[in-house]
Write a protein of this length. Structure first.
Length: 277
């Protein structure tokens, strides 16, 4: 008799471009393999996040995850650059709204959430529709909600802890890029820029590089993520200015996992699964 798989984890990624879901199943028989399943669904861009979640629940078989059965549920909110980072040692949770409001406009009906990141010792603040937050907590009472940048920060913090040159990571997404700079595992810069083309990406990268006084011959630059159609052009242009430019292979980066072999899975979702938040 074949044993039924045990649903070990569910990750839900919420984005203006659509929702995606990843499940991890562990077989109950000894020696069985861990399996991953990734699914993406389109949403209605002209209605609220909460309304899209409600529509999703009405799809029935297209959303088989609402009945639970998962040991762990993580909800990843694509914050699209609308976040703030604060050093953990000076953060006070009753000031979250004020701090966030200094950098971003808090729209009516939104609430400020935050992630405490133990590896990098920073706090990431972000916003979400209050009605969507309430609905998601009702649906997944034990689920944890993350800003999409949070697992990327933690995974790259661990990756950058070894002594050596400073490391810059450019995470390429659709119409934007995240730039993260580390020195011995300590974040020096975390920021996001809207990018129309390769020229924008190269400009923002070199601006950050020069602002931090990074060394052209010694410090390292890594390109991660598959979200931009201009990746090869960006790589080629950056090599003209920076000696050590590397394109990170997600399959090698994440130990040849089944999930990393799917090019449709966003880098932040890969980081969430593999950095052990």
């Amino acid at each position: 008799m074949t044993a039924l798989p045990l649903f070990d984890g569910l990750s839900i990624r919420l984005s203006a471009d659509g929702f995606s879901f990843c499940t991890k199943c562990r077989p109950t028989t000894e020696g069985g393999q861990v399996t991953f399943e990734y699914t993406s669904l389109q949403i209605e861009p002209h209605i609220s996040l909460a309304a899209n979640v409600k529509q999703l629940l009405e799809r029935g078989s297209e959303f088989p995850y609402r009945d639970g059965g998962f040991r762990r549920t993580d909800i990843l909110m694509d914050v699209a650059g609308k976040y703030a980072t604060v050093p953990l040692e000076i953060f006070e949770d009753d000031q979250a709204d004020v701090i966030f409001g200094h950098l971003h406009q808090l729209r009516p009906g939104e609430t400020v959430l935050y992630n405490v990141l133990d590896r990098s010792n920073i706090v990431v603040l972000f916003s979400m529709e209050r009605s969507a937050h309430t609905l998601l907590k009702e649906l997944f009472p034990t689920g944890r909600i993350w800003a999409s940048i949070s697992p990327v920060i933690e995974q790259l913090t661990t990756r950058s802890r070894m002594a050596g040159p400073r490391k810059t990571y450019i995470c390429l997404g659709r119409r934007r890029m995240d730039i993260l700079v580390f020195e011995h595992g300590h974040p020096l810069l975390v920021n996001t820029f809207a990018c129309r083309d390769a020229e924008d990406c190269v400009y923002y990268t070199l601006h950050a590089w020069n602002s931090l006084g990074l060394k052209q011959e010694q410090d390292e630059l890594y390109l991660i993520g598959n979200g931009s159609p201009h990746k090869e052009e960006i790589f080629s242009e950056l090599q003209k200015f920076i000696k050590q430019v590397t394109v990170v292979n997600p399959i090698a980066e994440f130990n040849r996992s089944e999930m990393a072999q799917n090019e449709q899975v966003p880098y932040d979702l890969l980081a969430l699964w593999h950095c052990g938040l």
